[in-house]
Design a protein around this ligand. Sequence first.
Ligand code: BES
Ligand code: ZN
Ligand code: ZN
Length: 497
Amino acid sequence: MIRSWLEKARWDKAPTGKGPRGWLYLLGDQDAKLIQRIVNQHAMNWQKPDLLKSPRDLLQFTGKSGPVWILRQRKKASAVSHSGLLEESPYTFFRDGVGAMVASWKAMGLAQVACELHGTNAEQELGTFTGLEIASYHFRDEQADQSLKGLPLMWIKTARGKVNRALVKQAQARGAAVNLARHLVNLPPNHLHPGSYASMVKGTKWAAGMKVEVWDTKRLKKEGMGLLLGVGQGAENPPCMIHLRWRPKGSSSRKPIAFVGKGITFDSGGLDLKPASGMRLMKKDMGGSAAVMGIARWVSDSNYPHPVDFYLAVAENAVDSRAFRPSDILIARNGARVEIDNTDAEGRLVLADALDVAITQKGADEPEAVIDIATLTGAIKVGLGAEIAGLFSNDDALADAINRAGTKAGDLSWRMPLAERYWASMSSPFADFKNSASDGFGGAITAALFLARFVKTKSWVHLDIYAWTDKSSGALLSSGGSGQSVQNLIEWLESRD
Ligand code: BES
Ligand code: ZN
Ligand code: ZN
């Protein structure tokens, strides 16, 4: 269960309770007079001159009645333009600024924080509230995963009128989505395996408004999904495909968006076994499917007005006498014959069959666009690092829209070339093609080219993500699942009319 910290906050009031208290002032813009007033109220005389001169975004000091934070956003000239895609958005500035403060509040053992918003706009407030929700997550135990223990009681008010509670609701939905994706990644692979994943999704309360279907091995065989079956055949827990279907009441003129997530609950590499260091984090190899679940939760919580489908391709890539082998030939749902070059290139295999299910839906269920999310290659993290997703697409407008949404939501994606000329390295003398390239060059590109074979001409975006953070960064205070691409795609869904 993912709990909301904001659920407990007090609104439009100054604190009345006892206990050590902190003060947080959030300023939408530079307001010298206001800063002077706050500093006069809290600071000791000797502190004042330095505070008033400070050029920093964040003023922090311990004043007469406890610690004070003043966070203000100022326009910064960015050194490199990148068409604006690397600018820090107002949402991001407040989300990460406020989120990072939560760590100090916990460390100081503050019982309450009085937060005042001055001149902030909707985007800045959404960032603030979402940052608080994201920062409150901490993996404790699996059921009551976050007890919200050690977090102060928040008193939140604005200088003008009342706090916009609709925005608070939106932030709660975003926070729950990101934290769900993080939590699923954090669950250990002996507890989250294909079978338990499927029962968990079937049992989730928030999914009550969706149709949930699990395709077991029997159904996968009937559907001819030889790639997903092949990857999962070595594991104690058999593979499955989970489908959540969202069809909101009321009319929508739009066709569904289909999200497809890689859900490898543990990637040992298979017979092409990973070395110890490369295997260490491989419980996160279902991070794409976790992001898809996070988005599904948001769609449900915010009653998204358009239809959406969510497909999770779930398997464990295990080592066993029954495991698939290099040189095996597997037959995909779309009929393609794939020679296994490397059993560690399993993600593209499970995704390929699920993508085929998504694109072959007919009539009103035929998707407008398909978006897959996957911890697909080690190559992409070398190029883009842990915080920027590699975006591959056959649709320029869709790719641009998602990149823009990523910048706005502080959850970046970056377009990579879907360069057909590299496809030649995937040719096989025995089958239609192989699942990995012999030379290993351009690994993220060849993986994307493999997926492209299965989406054909359908509008499509593939996000190659890392899904993990090793350190506290912005509003993410604990290492573990990062919820990468959840905020990006929520922002994009919201931007569709
Ligand atoms: N799950 C891994 C990719 C991965 C590795 C993501 C490390 C994040 C961090 C994937 O299944 C894999 O092993 N890919 C191989 C493909 C190769 C064998 C063609 C890779 O990227 O090395
Ligand atoms: Zn692998
Ligand atoms: Zn993998």
